[in-house]
Design a protein around this ligand. Structure first.
Ligand code: TMP
Length: 207
């Protein structure tokens, strides 16, 4: 089915919130409804991005907060130009696992960098491209950390305090941009969360 325009939907939340399971279920559901989708993620869904992801998640020496932010932003700039913008022109529904709000939540609220400065830099990286809809999967930090398990990457290895600040950051973002961001209670089971996710996306796409 050809849509009148492309849609850009982002999935956000702390590590272990279950967004990756939900994005796959939604992708399948939209395809079953004959809607063309592009399932993508940050960081690491362009060739350049794959190298950046490797550094971001596995580099084992100290990384300056600003360097970390710029690496995520470099991945984003490449992603927007070579993958997201072309898919939008093609009138696809883009389902993106993490985007600008991740940098505000993790590098801003989590690491304590100035969020206004991050907004400014995000705007440069994306040339102002904002999602049509952002779903924040909110889950208690203790539950989320249990879901992550023992095999943790560089960010997941941060302490509970960091993960709590990230969660709080997302909730504050949702309060600040209620027209764009919807919070989904992800403390529930997969099916219940999926039902809320479908409802939010169905409303946007008139399904
Ligand atoms: P993922 O595990 O969802 O693929 O995300 C990779 C990690 O990178 C995750 O711990 C969140 C983190 N991250 C940031 O800190 N800032 C960002 O801008 C993005 C996109 C991800």
């Amino acid at each position: 089915m050809e849509l009148k325009k492309g849609y850009f939907i982002t999935f956000e939340g702390a590590d272990g919130c279950g967004k990756t399971t939900q994005i796959k279920l939604i992708n399948q559901w939209l395809n079953e409804n004959s809607i063309d989708t592009v399932l993508t993620l940050e960081p690491g869904d362009t060739e350049l991005g794959k190298s950046l992801r490797q550094i971001l998640l596995h580099y084992d020496k100290p990384v300056a907060n600003t360097a970390e932010a710029f690496l995520y932003l470099a991945d984003r700039a490449q992603h927007v130009k070579y993958l997201i913008q072309p898919a939008l022109k093609d009138k696809k529904v883009i389902l993106c696992d993490r985007y600008t709000d991740s940098t505000v939540a993790y590098q801003g609220y989590g690491r304590g960098e100035d969020t206004e400065r991050i907004n400014y830099l995000n705007n440069i990286a994306t040339e102002g491209l904002e999602p049509d809809l952002t779903l924040v999967f909110d889950v208690k930090s203790e539950t989320a950390q249990k879901r992550v398990g023992k095999d943790k990457d560089r960010l997941e290895s941060e302490g509970m305090d960091f993960h709590k600040k990230v969660r709080q950051g997302y909730l504050e973002l949702a309060k600040k941009y209620p027209h764009r961001i919807k919070v989904i209670d992800a403390n529930r089971g997969i099916e219940e969360v999926f039902s809320s996710t479908k409802e939010a996306i169905g409303e946007l796409l008139n399904l």
